[in-house]
Design a protein around this ligand. Structure first.
Ligand SMILES: [Zn+2]
Length: 111
């Protein structure tokens, strides 16, 4: 995979990771604002609350998958299926940048 393409996926993975890592902090701030009645002084936090709720389903499994994908970027194996060792299609990497396997292997695993 070309360095410029790798860099693109690294950026995508890092921004997604930062998004997840930022959640607990943001959640605490919102809780604190609601508890103290400080809400009106933080008008932007209403928006954050919606983001927080939307991403509540995000779990540590996704974070781990992203960390592993970043390690594969560093080791030069990113974009290679971990099962059949064939290149993973760009369309699949664009849709799921932290994927470990190609679409064929994913389907043969039954999910
Ligand atoms: Zn495969």
């Amino acid at each position: 995979m070309r360095a410029s393409v790798l860099k693109k996926y690294r950026n995508v993975l890092e921004s997604k990771r930062n998004e997840i890592l930022a959640l607990p902090v943001r959640s605490t701030e919102v809780d604190e604002a609601m508890r103290t009645g400080d809400w009106v002084d933080h008008s932007s936090q209403e928006n954050d609350l919606h983001v927080n709720l939307a991403l509540k389903q995000t779990d540590t499994k996704l974070l781990r998958a992203i960390e592993e994908a970043l390690q594969r970027v560093d080791s030069g194996t990113y974009g290679i299926c971990m099962d059949c060792e064939e290149p993973i299609a760009d369309a699949r990497l664009d849709a799921v940048p932290w994927t470990r396997v190609c679409i064929d292997c994913k389907q043969s695993q039954g999910g």
